[in-house]
Design a protein around this ligand. Structure first.
Ligand SMILES: [Zn+2]
Length: 416
């Protein structure tokens, strides 16, 4: 018997992609009575329990006869770092007050910017860490975190440093993105973009991606182009908030740039799905935001599927769409967007990893990181089917079992 750190099995149902990215219609691996052998951070073998259970002896073994087992969830689109909240704006929204009017009354994004800029590094670190511990409770094992509520480049760099500080303290992996969010008030736009571009050298090493909010009321296609040109020249990956409020040509930027992910896409023209596929990009859909916008629009899921675009899902956690829970996103993706349970699972694991340029996770196969969820559900269909409950039983991050504490946080523990 080979001694290893962790043995999982027998497993009721193991579901994983076979390769990345996963496209609608691709095969997945569904195995009953399976076993997973983990040593250190990595998966070393996957197979039938008869084989795995007979070959390995784990320092720790977790039986999962009644459970679905999948790769850990990955959230590829969040605005996790900001101070304050805007719950009072919900009532205004319900009264039909427009976002422009809310902005005029001192609400909206600029309010969050003032709150964030007025908060110390230490407080921001605590806010971010507590959110990272909370997302882990819902099964998210890797998360992208955008800056974006500093606006002034020196503030954005401060936020990116806070995000980087969390990397070694969080229970899960964090991927930092520099988001060029909205133009500042009372400053010439061209001057601002020059300042953003100038800051990119300092941002190098602090962010893997540069993201621009390209839309009506945010940055124009031409402004986004200018930022992307300089960012890609410096080796940043690119992400794009595109076609959310209106179509002004933002998604067409895939013709010109290698964009890892185009996100939102509520107003994506159907013919642009093919452009996204040809550009090799992923489409990230954000159903919580569709709810919080109270929008009747939907991204063109069928067109994206038939063009062969890999789909992913994210929380888009922000003061305007307050959910840290990827399971909620998965449920909404089925009921609001018509995505199938298997499609939702692939979107939230393998394709999210792919969109973040992480080729070492999101799949349960030998050599991949042992980021694994054991679910309190018998099969993958329940992840979409059952609404509103935290369905996670056990979270394994890099081969370590995480545990909830009465404080609602998660810590690593020796496997009992
Ligand atoms: Zn966003």
């Amino acid at each position: 018997m080979d001694r290893i750190s962790l043995l999982i099995g027998p497993i009721g149902q193991l579901v994983t992609a076979k390769s990345m990215p996963w496209r609608y219609g691709d095969q997945v691996l569904i195995m009953e009575n399976a076993g997973i052998a983990v040593d250190g951070h990595k998966i070393i073998e996957v197979g039938s329990w008869d084989t795995i259970g007979g070959k390995y002896e784990g320092e720790c073994r977790i039986p999962a006869e009644e459970s679905l087992v999948t790769a850990g969830l990955i959230d590829p689109h969040t605005h996790l770092l900001f101070a304050g909240s805007r719950e009072d704006e919900l009532e205004l929204k319900l009264e039909g007050v427009s976002y422009e009017e809310i902005l005029r009354r001192g609400g909206g994004i600029y309010r969050t910017v003032s709150a964030t800029v007025g908060t110390t590094d230490d407080e921001l670190r605590n806010i971010l860490l507590s959110r990272l511990f909370e997302v882990a409770r819902y099964g998210t094992t890797t998360i992208e975190v955008k800056s974006g509520y500093g606006i002034d480049p020196s503030q954005e760099i401060r936020l990116l440093k806070v995000i980087n500080d969390s990397i070694n303290r969080a229970p899960i992996d964090v991927v930092p993105t520099y988001l060029v969010h909205v133009p500042p008030r009372g400053m010439d736009r061209r001057e601002y973009i020059n300042a953003v571009v100038k800051s990119l050298d300092e941002v190098r090493g602090l962010a893997k991606f540069v993201d621009v909010f390209c839309d009506e009321g945010a940055f124009t296609v031409q402004e986004t182009e200018g930022i992307f040109r300089e960012a890609s020249r410096r080796g940043f990956g690119l992400r794009l908030h595109a076609d959310e409020i209106a179509y002004i040509g933002c998604s067409d930027l895939v013709r010109e740039f290698n964009i890892a992910s185009l996100d939102h896409l509520l107003n994506l023209p159907e013919q642009n799905a093919r452009l996204i596929a040809e550009g090799g990009s992923v489409a990230t859909l954000l159903p919580v935001t569709i709810l919080s916008l109270m929008s009747s629009k939907r991204p063109p899921v069928k067109a994206l599927r038939s063009a062969g675009v890999p789909l992913t899902l994210g929380t888009d956690f922000s003061p305007n769409s307050w959910s840290l829970n990827m399971q909620y996103v998965m449920e909404l993706a089925t009921y609001l967007l018509g995505m199938t349970p298997i499609e939702v699972l692939m979107a939230s694991t393998v394709n999210a990893a792919y969109s973040l340029g992480l080729r070492d996770r999101g799949i349960i196969q030998p050599g991949y990181l042992a980021d694994i969820i054991i679910w309190d559900e018998p099969n993958y269909k329940w992840l979409s089917y059952e609404l509103g409950r935290n369905k996670v039983l056990t979270i394994i991050k890099r081969g370590m079992v995480l545990e909830s504490t009465p404080m609602g946080t998660v810590i690593s523990k020796e496997c009992a």
